[in-house]
Design a protein around this ligand. Structure first.
Ligand code: SF4
Length: 360
């Protein structure tokens, strides 16, 4: 079974921190884009049973009702679409009764909502506009239609954010009773408005302290910290994202989407005109066994549960400890082992990259 990611690159507004592949929504382009997306899926999807479906962006929810229905009808092509995790990324302002009903009708089971913060000075800096009341009303509306799996995005690490701001955000986010929280530490990418406006980065110590506060607060409120930046109520971990972290295969459809099929990791073109002209991939890499093992390690250790050493050996016919120098790391407690799992302990997960560098 494979998973499917579909990228919708359009947004009504461009956030100052955004480094994703996105562009302003324009119905002239969105219609052509959806048509092309439909063709791409027809040309490349081989009809296998699908494990999870994720429509992300950009902002998929900014499409018109008619376009949203066209997009959702496309998803009917995927086999066994009932009762699978089907995530749709949304912004609050797009969540109207009609749109939510449409999503429900086409079996969307999970909403991932980009809220980021409720602090007015941070929203100003991000170029986003909403308040707690908006969020509460929209989430109540979604709940009333039967959405029982809602994930919220929370951002932190702004130079003008205080610990008090963060704690206030955490409190407000949990008041919305989400099943899942994805947290993002702000990194100012080169092609962002924040960079152009020379907005400074937060210092590393404050960033680390904020991360610590988030982990402790969510743990105290019964969220499971299951991946470096992701937290879920029991049984509500993102099955789709676990496909990535378990190094399993998935299709990526749409502009700039990445996929991993038949040992090939690929990325679609980044230029809209190229994409509309059928120039589908900008990069294709056939992985060697060593590459696959590296991915297994880099992605697998993002999970707090870590890597199953028995499964690793079964898959690659070599023990993890023979493939990578893990013994010294186990000795100095940068790695730990519990039964068949090797993992980075929670108090060291913040320096995961340094630990990985010692192994690869
Ligand atoms: S953060 Fe999301 S909504 Fe904002 S510009 Fe980027 S893709 Fe669009």
């Amino acid at each position: 079974m494979k998973s499917v990611y579909i990228h919708i690159p359009f947004c009504q507004k461009i956030c100052s921190y955004c480094d994703f592949c996105k562009m302003f929504y324009d119905s002239k382009w969105s219609k052509a884009y959806l048509k092309r997306l439909n063709e791409e899926i027809d040309n490349h999807y081989l009809g296998e049973e699908i494990r999870t479906l994720y429509i992300g962006g950009g902002t998929p929810s900014c499409l018109s009702l008619e376009e949203t229905e066209f997009l959702l009808k496309i998803t009917k092509k995927f086999s066994k679409m009932k009762n699978i995790e089907f995530t749709f990324e949304c912004n609050l302002e797009d969540l109207t009764l009609e749109k939510l009903k449409l999503l429900k009708f086409y079996n969307v089971t999970r909403l991932s909502i980009g809220i980021q913060s409720f602090q007015p000075h941070l929203l100003d800096l991000m170029g986003r506009k909403h308040d707690f009341k908006d969020a509460q009303a929209k989430i109540n509306l979604a709940r009333s239609l039967g959405f029982t799996n809602i994930s919220l995005d929370l951002m932190y690490g702004f130079y003008n954010q205080t610990i008090k701001d963060l704690k206030e955000d955490l409190k407000l986010f949990l008041k919305l009773n989400p099943e899942h929280l994805s947290t993002y530490s702000l990194k100012i990418g080169d092609h962002t408005l924040l960079k152009v406006n020379k907005i400074p980065e937060i210092d590393e110590d404050t960033d680390a302290k904020m991360y610590e506060i988030i982990c402790a607060y969510l743990k105290k409120h019964k969220f499971i910290h299951y991946e470096v930046s992701n937290f879920a109520k029991k049984g509500k971990e993102s099955i789709h994202n676990l496909v990535y972290w378990n190094n399993e295969e998935y299709y990526g459809f749409g502009l700039s989407a990445s996929g991993y099929i038949d040992n090939v990791r690929y990325t679609n073109v980044l230029n809209l005109k190229d994409y509309l002209n059928d120039d589908r991939k900008s990069e294709e890499i056939l992985l060697t066994t060593k590459d696959k093992m590296d991915y297994e390690l880099i992605l697998g250790l993002r999970k707090l549960q870590g890597i199953n050493v028995n499964k690793f050996k079964e898959k690659y016919e070599i023990a993890l400890e023979d493939a990578y120098p893990i013994k010294p790391l186990l000795k100095n407690k940068e790695l730990q082992q519990k039964k068949e799992y090797i993992f980075i302990p929670e108090d060291k997960i913040y320096i995961m990259n340094e630990i990985l560098l010692k192994m690869i």
